[in-house]
Design a protein around this ligand. Structure first.
Ligand SMILES: *Cc1c(COP(=O)(O)O)cnc(C)c1O
Length: 389
């Protein structure tokens, strides 16, 4: 069976009807390609949840107890993605549980609303804090991070939180340093750790290290519904976040209303979370390693391409990495990636033009697709490259 027919057969009816081409995802748990693939038990739990009515506020509160257990936080809720959890973090820190203030957002006139962030942590997701009406106060520089003095000086009577983006590639003040300063001034630390699962340890580690609230994506490494997220933390803050998200008390209008989660999504996320914590991640890791090993073989014997399986502190697991040395005289990384995307099947890989690198992240590569990727890469290397004699 050719790759083409295989891909067509796996494609759901509706995709075919819409003339949509499924893609092979070598880019990781990226939003653009659909996050992750939910285990069958997650889908079943969502179908089951769909057949009943339930008080959605009660449901999310109970879900929060389960999240609290897994994160060792005092409380938790299921949110509409990590971005929505970030917005609710900001809202909770601005309003607390004051119903009047909750009804006012995003109008923050007269309210303290500053959230301090290191410039080296800024990214396009921190806009979510601003949607709640917060003002970001950035300190330090992108290149050098920030100093403890800069952090101390940035905290004023207007400060409601310090944001920390937990990300393998971000640098700056350590989490411990930020927590120490923040807590000495009674300011909560709010964390975006969207894509930092696995490792499973991070579920509880970030809370244990002093985060007042932490947010994770539900549709990345946890493999829950793509539209979900987890927010966990101190009870008074989670209560405030919940009131900002979905409140049927007066005033009912609130900032989180456009980001509701359904009963199916809540149950699906919880099921995914339980599967995630019970998974033997050493076995998963070994499989990623095996797939990466298959993929790097595509570069064997080509002049100007070095393929290797890389395990590094700034990557979440083993990754197949191809480096194009100066003796490669084929197309640029960007053009190679485009050609692979345009191919059949369409293959999406990570690239870094500056580093002359293509990376194949195995976490979302379904069994067998590693062979398809390896063949496609070999073909394209052969088209433009030369074999070592
Ligand atoms: C993916 C991501 C988000 C957004 O998460 P969603 O669950 O898609 O809303 C926020 N921050 C970072 C660092 C991310 O990687």
């Amino acid at each position: 069976m050719s790759d083409k027919t295989q891909n067509k057969q796996n494609s759901p009816n509706f995709f075919t009807k819409m003339d949509l081409k499924p893609v092979i995802n070598g880019q990781s748990w990226v939003t653009r390609l659909g996050g992750s693939i939910m285990p069958p038990a997650v889908l079943q739990s969502m179908a089951d949840a769909s057949s009943i009515f339930v008080d959605i506020v009660e449901l999310n509160k109970k879900a929060g107890e389960i999240i609290a257990r897994h994160t060792t936080a005092e409380a938790g809720i299921v949110t509409a993605g990590c971005s929505s959890a970030q917005l609710l973090q900001a809202a909770a820190c601005i309003t607390g549980c004051d119903a009047n203030l909750i009804g006012k957002l995003p109008n923050t006139r007269g309210l303290s609303r500053n959230i301090v962030i290191q410039k080296s942590h800024e990214n396009h997701y921190d806009t979510s804090y601003k949607f709640a009406g917060a003002k970001l106060v950035s300190i330090g520089s992108r290149k050098f991070g920030a100093t403890i003095d800069q952090l101390i000086q940035s905290i004023t009577s207007e400060t409601v939180a310090i944001a920390f983006i937990w990300h393998l590639r971000f640098h700056g003040l350590s989490f411990e340093e930020v927590v120490e300063v923040a807590h000495s001034k009674n300011i909560p630390v709010i964390v975006d750790a969207a894509a930092e699962l696995p490792p499973v340890d991070n579920l509880s580690k970030i809370i244990a290290k002093g985060a007042d609230m932490v947010a994770f994506s539900g549709g990345k490494g946890i493999q829950g519904p793509q539209g979900t997220g987890i927010l966990a933390g101190k009870k008074h803050l989670i209560d405030a976040a919940m009131a900002n998200m979905l409140s049927f008390d007066e005033p009912k209008a609130n900032i989180g209303r456009p980001m509701k989660v359904t009963k199916e999504e809540i149950i699906g996320l919880l099921t995914a979370l339980e599967i995630f914590v019970d998974t033997d991640h050493d076995t998963v890791w070994a499989k990623w390693n095996e797939k990466s090993t298959t993929i790097v073989k595509a570069a064997e014997n080509f002049i100007g391409i070095e393929g290797q399986v890389v395990v590094a502190p700034d990557r979440q697991g083993p990754v197949a990495v191809f480096n194009f040395t100066p003796s490669w005289d084929g197309p640029t990384v960007k053009n190679l990636l485009q050609e692979l995307r345009d191919g059949d099947p369409s293959i999406w890989l990570q690239g870094n033009e500056e580093a002359r690198e293509i990376a194949v992240v195995p976490v979302n590569i379904q069994d067998g697709e590693e062979v398809t990727i390896s063949i496609a890469l070999k073909k394209i290397f052969h088209k433009y490259g030369t074999y070592r004699s």
